[in-house]
Write a protein that binds this ligand. Structure first.
Ligand SMILES: Cc1cc2nc3c(=O)[nH]c(=O)nc-3n(C[C@H](O)[C@H](O)[C@H](O)COP(=O)(O)OP(=O)(O)OC[C@H]3O[C@@H](n4cnc5c(N)ncnc54)[C@H](O)[C@@H]3O)c2cc1C
Length: 381
């Protein structure tokens, strides 16, 4: 067993860190305040090969792994979690195209994402269907001749208002006796008639990332937009979640690491009772705990990602990484704010933003509770 990253992986970490430190800090507060984003940052990141690094070379990517994607995610997130998501989730759903799409679909959809010429998202959640996707998703895609006609709505969709195309989880066979075979994944170009997206404002954190509510009113798409087999949507969505949950866990590690770095700087220079905060054991224990949890979380991320890259999707290990790291990020951001005292409560201190950004890692791509259910199911049956 070798715990060292390879030379190539270390170079990726270095390049990602340099890029994020060069491009994000000047804009992070503005994007957070205004709930905005500058597409130029995404385009620059894509030009340097950071977007969809795991996409195969024949489709324009670098043909690297989920582990390399996690390395970039952590470095970008340490500098700013919102911008990291806006940039790296720009190809959210490409995992399904690469694994289940036809050759023609891969050639059509993947290269523009890697080049920064198109943005993609994945629309699964609905106003009345979140954790219980298979049971409650009600958006329908009914086949008529060579087309599907889509009706329904989607909620909380990352890039919903920015994307050129969205991978949609829809019911194609609502009466199928097995609820896991009622759905399919269908690509919807966002310029189609009857499609509308409204950007959601007022999010707690990751405010540089676009989140939207979508409505589909008799949206017609050709049957060639079906990704994979009809009725295979649930399996494809699980593939999407498995790969992206590791990315969210890496994002959580990045938030926790940033919280630790900010805390170390602060407690060394802030004095109380005639001594630096860093001299008090209650502070030292927090720093030591944060360091330990971050190491543990990162090891979970690396192992889950490494196993995927070796061809094994370990559901319980991925769920453990997502659940542990999400909770850890929230806890570390809370401890960092506590160590900053009243200053941490102010917008001008980065820990305030980290405290707000951290919570999303316990919610999207499967809540902490859902991850625990997955682990328990795998361990007990
Ligand atoms: C900023 C943001 C971006 C998002 N991006 C996307 C996106 O791009 N695409 C997409 O499809 N979705 C997206 N989502 C949706 C996200 O995945 C869902 O919010 C999440 O899966 C939870 O679903 P829900 O909000 O409907 O909560 P619910 O399913 O209603 O759950 C509410 C609470 O009940 C708990 N709960 C539910 N069932 C159980 C159970 N059986 N046992 C114990 N507890 C349970 C949950 O853990 C949670 O705490 C995004 C959400 C946000 C906030």
């Amino acid at each position: 067993m070798d715990f060292e990253l390879s030379k190539e992986q270390k170079d990726i970490v270095k390049a990602a860190k340099e890029f994020a430190e060069g491009e994000f800090p000047d804009r992070a507060e503005e994007f957070d305040r205004d709930e905005s984003f500058d597409e130029a940052i995404f385009k620059n990141a894509a030009e340097l090969g950071f977007v969809g690094i795991w996409i195969k070379e024949e489709y324009g990517g670098a043909g690297m792994g989920i582990l390399e994607n996690c390395l970039i995610f952590e470095e970008f997130t340490v500098v700013d979690p919102g911008i990291a998501i806006a940039v790296l989730a720009s190809c959210f759903g490409a995992e399904v195209i690469q694994a289940f799409g036809s050759e023609e679909q891969k050639k059509r959809y993947l290269p523009p994402l890697v080049k920064g010429e198109a943005v993609m998202g994945s629309a699964l959640t609905e106003p009345d269907a979140g954790s219980d996707l298979a049971g409650a998703t009600s958006t329908t895609a009914i086949r008529e001749g060579d087309e599907y006609i889509i009706n329904g709505s989607k909620m909380f969709i990352t890039n919903g208002d920015r994307a050129n195309y969205l991978l949609c989880f829809v019911q194609t066979d609502p009466d199928h006796p097995n609820r896991h075979e009622r759905h399919s994944m269908i690509m919807v170009e966002t310029d189609r008639k009857g499609f509308e997206a409204s950007h959601l404002t007022g999010k707690l954190g990751i405010r540089a990332s676009d989140t939207a509510e979508l409505s589909f009113n008799n949206v017609r798409v050709p049957c060639t937009n079906l990704i994979g087999e009809s009725g295979n949507g649930f399996i494809e969505s699980m593939h999407l979640f498995n790969l992206n949950r590791i990315g969210v866990a890496a994002q959580a590690v990045g938030i926790a690491r940033s919280a630790l770095e900010e805390s170390i700087k602060h407690v060394k220079k802030r004095f109380a009772f005639g001594a630096p905060l860093s001299s008090f054991q209650a502070i030292q224990f927090k720093i030591a705990d944060m360091f330990t949890w971050i190491q543990a979380g990162r090891n979970l991320v690396y192992e889950a990602a490494w196993r995927v890259d070796q061809g094994t999707i370990d559901h319980k290990l991925i769920a453990a990484a997502k659940s542990f790291c999400g909770q850890m990020a929230v806890k570390c951001a809370d401890m960092a704010l506590q160590m900053h005292g009243g200053y941490g409560y102010l917008a001008e201190y980065k820990v305030q933003r980290l405290y707000r950004d951290a919570k999303i890692t316990e919610l999207y791509e499967g809540t902490t509770e859902i991850e625990k259910i997955i682990m328990a199911r795998n361990l007990l049956t």
